[in-house]
Design a protein. Structure first.
Length: 454
């Protein structure tokens, strides 16, 4: 059979159509599906990558926030004892008593308690919960988690401070304490007015916060006075297991009589101090002379001092890479936008600039690694809280010769106000904070007692 040229062309066209159909049906469609799946996979991977990048950025931001919060916690708790132990408090008070020459016969210790207490057993009284040294303080758990240590329902209190809980016959294993530990010490004294003032000064100049809650004084023979002091000791478990207390007690040797001592030897009474005792003692106030007012004013210095500050700076030793050595912020600023920091084992340079344009005041500051605002050519408007521009700076004493961190602060004041720099808690011998007056009226006040600024 002879195939014409036209039929050959038709057959060729048919074969081409069949090949095209086969390619489309068996190759193109499958390849197209794979391409679609790959595109979907690409979009999913892109979304995951964006989420990962967002998490990384969020993680860095949270790390910085954690550093700032940890540094703030340290700055607020440096003034408190890391733990409340009756033996340590006895050593501290005995040294103050000997150095001031005041005579003290009895020290009365309350049980260690917490400011707030909750319990799962309603049948237990509040006193049983608060006074229990077997209860679990939530602060211990938080600090234990941070330090990587196991708390196992233990507290930072010394269980030897009192045995009265064991006599109640009630179990407080389910109690939960929240807040700082507190111990009240009642001190009966006698001596001269100057000796009492000397003792009060030693209390207010101590590294940790000791609050004189109450003073009752009665006149005695001549210029002598006697009375009662009520002291409050507060303790909070510290981050990084920081406890600077040094035990200087040396055991006696030889055959000497241990019961023969000087007039400063004190008798310790671990009984709980109740309000009734304080009320009974306070009845002697009617015989106090005019000089008592002066003593009361001196004691009130130990109470919390409220300062209306415009800016805050915290200078700390180089403890770890997770904690900043320098933190600067605008006071009462909750958004943390104004926070900047530095983590320098040596001397950090910080600069403050205050200007006045028209009737408005502006500020900016920086460390070696960042500034606020970020564009340091600009400044931020603010309204001073008082007649002056107040910078509150909280420092810390150097713990050892290897503690070399510090800060040099340049202040440029181009306003009609005085920049008042309040420095508290700094090292007397080798200050951690140094002020460099660049321009304008700048006043520096150093207070070696820690206080709380607002």
């Amino acid at each position: 059979m002879k195939v014409t040229k036209r039929e050959q062309m038709l057959i060729g066209a048919l074969l081409l159509v069949l090949l095209g159909y086969g390619f489309y049906q068996f190759i193109y469609i499958k390849q197209n599906q794979q391409i679609t799946e790959l595109k979907a996979s690409r979009d999913t991977s892109s979304q995951k990558w964006e989420q990962v990048k967002a998490k990384i950025a969020s993680k860095d931001q949270k790390i910085e926030q954690n550093k700032i919060l940890n540094s703030k916690i340290l700055s607020k708790t440096d003034m408190l004892f890391p733990s409340i132990k009756q033996e340590e408090i006895i050593v501290i008070l005995d040294k103050m008593i000997k150095e001031s020459n005041i005579q003290t016969d009895v020290l009365g210790f309350s049980e260690v308690s917490s400011e707030n207490a909750t319990t799962v057993d309603a049948s237990k009284t509040a006193n049983n919960v608060v006074n229990s040294t077997n209860a679990t303080n939530e602060l211990d758990k938080l600090v234990g988690d941070f330090n990587g240590t196991s708390t196992k329902d233990s507290t930072s209190v010394n269980t030897n401070t009192s045995n009265s809980t064991a006599n109640t016959g009630t179990s407080t294993n389910n109690s939960k304490l929240i807040g700082a530990y507190k111990m009240e010490v009642t001190l009966n004294f006698k001596g001269t007015y100057d000796e009492l003032i000397s003792f009060i000064e030693k209390v207010e100049n101590y590294n940790e916060k000791i609050v004189i809650n109450n003073i009752n004084i009665t006149g005695a023979q001549g210029s002598n006075i006697s009375g009662t002091l009520l002291l409050d000791f507060y303790g909070v478990p510290k981050l990084n297991n920081k406890d600077d207390f040094k035990w200087d007690y040396k055991a006696p040797s030889g055959n000497g009589n241990p019961f023969v001592g000087s007039s400063s030897s004190i008798q310790v009474n671990s009984a709980v101090v109740t309000n009734k005792v304080a009320n009974t003692v306070s009845t002697s106030v009617n015989t106090v002379t005019k000089s008592v007012n002066t003593v009361t004013k001196s004691a009130s210095k130990v109470a919390k001092v409220e300062v209306k500050s415009d800016f805050n700076l915290y200078a700390k030793p180089k403890i770890s890479n997770n904690l900043h050595t320098i933190i600067i912020k605008k006071a009462k600023e909750e958004s943390m936008k104004s926070y900047i920091y530095a983590n320098n084992a040596g001397i950090e340079l910080v600069e403050f600039y205050f200007t006045k344009i028209g009737s408005k005041y502006y500020y900016k500051y920086k460390t070696s690694i960042e500034s606020y605002p970020k564009n340091f050519n600009n400044s931020i408007e603010f309204v001073p809280n008082g007649g002056n521009i107040v910078l509150d700076m909280v420092s810390q004493k150097r713990g050892s010769s290897s503690d070399l961190s510090g800060v040099n602060i340049k202040i440029t004041n181009d306003t009609d106000k005085t920049v008042v720099v309040n420095i508290s808690g700094d090292d007397k011998n080798k200050p951690r904070v140094n002020i460099l007056k660049e321009k304008g009226d700048i006043s520096v006040v150093r207070n070696y007692i820690n206080y709380i600024s607002k």
